[in-house]
Design a protein around this ligand. Structure first.
Ligand SMILES: CCN(CC)CCN(C[C@]12C[C@](c3ccc(C(F)(F)F)cc3)(C1)C2)C(=O)Cn1c(SCc2ccc(F)cc2)nc(=O)c2c1C=CC2
Length: 403
């Protein structure tokens, strides 16, 4: 792929001591089921293949819808620009049993989907976590898919005679769900509020399914995958679970913390607070870390984050100088400098430096609030904004500016 000057483009590997594997899980084939990509510490597998960053072309189709650009033209452009990038993880590699790993549920942003934050997810996994990046079916993802039974009549037509299906899965057909824009004249809040509630339910459902797998209950993975899910039995520390998300996924973090006390803390990356009801803020009891970009925030959004300020519950906010909203998803690593700047996919700050700061602050916060015995506390100063590229709190002055 095209090089941006010295270093070629690509999603950086995790820096931690563990090699990272990844595998997809869909439990219950319907739209109400759970769909996630698991990033996990894996057995060293040097010759394992890495999955494509964009799993199917339908995701480019959905991205075009989201970006309001022509489907066929952009499918070709996206395929040319991004079609061959891989995720830095070994597909279906054997899980590395090593005591109990803490679990992170990750929620993607508006118009994104489960694979677009693999730099963050694989870094966290490489540091000794299991990370489940859910794919939401609330029509906020650019695209997602599920299955439904083929109608019997269709089957009869095809085979002439009615075939009793032995394996239920054999008569399933894949159905694609694309991004649903706000219709002209439609009020955005009711839609986004309904979606954030569904998103939280989907994160909790993923937690439930992983809890079942951890306790030895066997679940059927609708997707054909070689990964042996029984190998993670008793390897998740279900007392050390947290939730992370970007933008709309940040609002999903707040909603999920409010609904589910099993999430011990939350990390909201450039959170978009608009979809949340005002009345939930006093009901969130867990620690929260807000990591903001310099350019995405505005007074109204910061004011809503500040409603979560507390003298008793640990609440932290830092802003990374020279970053933009897209400094968190993987695109920031995959677009050359100038295109990235023009499309606002890159800020002034080197994407690797920006993500290192975000990940290290996240790890320090997780160590503190999941009481981990790691050395992540070395990055505690970042939580107070002690770094040349960090601002403690926010750069948005909410006193003078109008709300
Ligand atoms: C005109 C469209 N209009 C839709 C409502 C606004 C579109 N928009 C700004 C964009 C996403 C952008 C983007 C992507 C990808 C390329 C590419 F060329 F690299 F593919 C370029 C340009 C277009 C920057 C945002 O929505 C920002 N945003 C996001 S962006 C999450 C995302 C989505 C797709 C990705 F591929 C990567 C990341 N997640 C949120 O939760 C929220 C917001 C705003 C409020 C809440």
């Amino acid at each position: 792929m095209g090089n941006s000057g010295s270093n070629s483009l690509g999603i950086p590997r995790g820096k931690g001591p563990n090699q990272v594997g990844c595998t997809d899980l869909m439990v219950e084939h319907t739209v109400k089921g759970s769909f996630l990509r698991l990033y996990y510490p894996c057995v060293e597998s040097p010759d394992a293949e890495m999955p494509f960053w964009i799993p199917s072309k339908e995701y480019f189709t959905g991205l075009a819808d989201f970006m309001k650009i022509n489907r066929s033209l952009s499918e070709r452009i996206f395929t040319y620009l991004y079609g061959s990038f891989k995720i830095p993880a070994a597909i279906d590699a054997p899980f590395k049993p090593n005591g109990k790993y803490p679990l992170i549920i990750f929620s993607h942003g508006l118009g994104a989907f489960r694979t677009l934050y693999s730099a963050i997810c694989s870094e966290i996994a490489s540091q000794g976590f299991v990370v489940a990046a859910v794919e939401h079916r609330d029509e906020s993802a650019s695209a997602t898919f599920y299955f439904q039974e083929k109608s019997v009549t269709e089957e009869e037509n095809q085979q002439g005679t009615y075939k009793t299906t032995v394996a239920a899965e054999s008569n399933l057909e894949k159905v694609w769900m694309y991004y649903r824009p706000v219709e002209p004249g439609e009020r955005e809040f009711p839609l986004r509020n309904k979606q954030v509630k569904q998103r939280a339910d989907e994160c909790i459902k993923a937690l439930d399914i992983l809890t079942e797998i951890n306790s030895g209950i066997s679940v059927t993975n609708v997707l054909q995958s070689r990964f042996d899910w029984t190998t993670i039995e008793n390897s998740l520390d279900m007392c050390r679970t947290a939730i992370m998300g970007h933008s709309f996924g940040g609002a999903t973090v707040i909603e999920s913390l409010c609904k589910e006390f099993r999430f011990k803390c939350g990390i909201a990356l450039d959170s978009w607070m608009f979809p949340l009801d005002d009345e939930i803020f006093p009901r969130v009891k867990q620690p929260i870390l807000f990591i903001n970009s310099e350019r995405f925030q505005w007074a109204g959004n910061i004011i809503r984050m500040r409603k979560l300020d507390s003298s008793t519950i640990p609440r932290k906010m830092i802003t990374i100088r020279g970053t933009v909203h897209q400094s968190f998803p993987d695109f920031t690593f995959l677009t050359s400098h100038w295109i990235g700047k023009i499309l606002k996919l890159k800020g002034e700050l080197d994407p690797q430096v920006a993500l290192d700061l975000s990940n290290k602050a996240s790890l320090a916060f997780l160590q503190r609030h999941l009481s981990l015995e790691k050395d992540f506390s070395q990055w505690d100063p970042l939580l107070d904004g002690h770094d040349d590229h960090l601002i403690p709190g926010t750069n948005i002055n909410i006193l003078q500016s109008s709300i």
